[in-house]
Write a protein that binds this ligand. Sequence first.
Ligand SMILES: *Cc1c(COP(=O)(O)O)cnc(C)c1O
Length: 405
Amino acid sequence: METTTAKQIPDTNGYFGEYGGAYLPPELLDVMNDITSSYLKLKDSEEFKTELKRLNKHYTGRPSPVYHARSLSNHIGGAQIYFKREDLNHTGAHKINHCLGEVLLAKKMGKTKVIAETGAGQHGVALATAAALLGLECEIHMGEVDIKKEYPNVIRMKILGAKVIPVSFGLKTLKEAVDSAFMAYMKDTKNQFYAIGSVVGPHPFPMMVRDFQQIVGEEAKEQFYEKTGKLPDHLVACVGGGSNAIGLFTAFLDDKNVQIHGVEPAGKDFKTGNHAATLTLGKPGVIHGFKCYLLQDEKGEPSPVHSIASGLDYPGVGPQHSYLKDIKRVQYKTINDVEAIEAFSTLSQVEGIIPALESAHAIAYAMKLASKLDKDQTILVNLSGRGDKDIDFIAENYGDMVGID
Ligand SMILES: *Cc1c(COP(=O)(O)O)cnc(C)c1O
């Protein structure tokens, strides 16, 4: 298969194989087409590239290090585990990479305001940060249930100058927040820019967010080669919408000897539906304007989903991941809530790094994989974010598992 490279997909209509596209009313299609053509023009302009490069380096702190986790590797006694340290970025995760790109694009397009939904508040905080820096207004829609659960992030967004709109209909969580943000966006698509938080949504967002994230894999490939003189044998990343995963994977898709693993949340239980293992158990369908694997009921409505990691809690998944699954370039596996908490605790105690619960899914899988491999094998894991945001939740609910009680 020669069609896996980032350069060749998606096609001009935004399709990765049969996935992606833009399932939207005509007036919104025009808006998306306008974003696509502005993006394609800007992305190769020297001014845009130079500005984004400067911000990535001096504001975010890129390149983030590649770190050989010797203690963890010795603790397991198998393959050598390395981390791409996206947790060390300004704001503590990979999301700032695409938020800077999107807000910079919005500004160059003459927009005055960025608008988005947020679940756990991570996308909201990263977007509010980029908007503050670049001088755009920022409006974040968030379900009332999530506002209570993720209060520190609500405060952060407000301190950064963003307006937080509570959403009080339906289940009052992420899906309703998307609906609400979308309605607000439709009122003025001329001055507002809808900044999507992962490699999901209608074309061009899955392509554009991927392009802004692929710096992660480009850096990691060079850094890993410098350290070891080789490419990693395995890559591992967690998959919610799929932005940190595709960010790491893209630079390696044509390296056939590199085995690639995406890790989805198995949540509490497959049987009761308390999970968000979209690629593992979903079927192709349409959500939020694009086609992908989807957890859905008989009518094609998105199912309610669960993961201990709010950032992985989405019934759809990026169209490129859907395609990479079908062509078997990436293997998608699952880790459940308990395994993720155990990995969260192990990494904290053995390596002195508190990971985000999302990233802990990738770490748990890498630990399992490492235990089955020889010591001269290598695994590069995307450590997508730091765990500060999760410590209150962990202390309250799982204190006994992490050594607090
Ligand atoms: C949001 C988030 C994720 C999940 O989003 P992707 O688009 O799948 O990367 C993973 N890790 C962290 C730390 C996050 O904040």
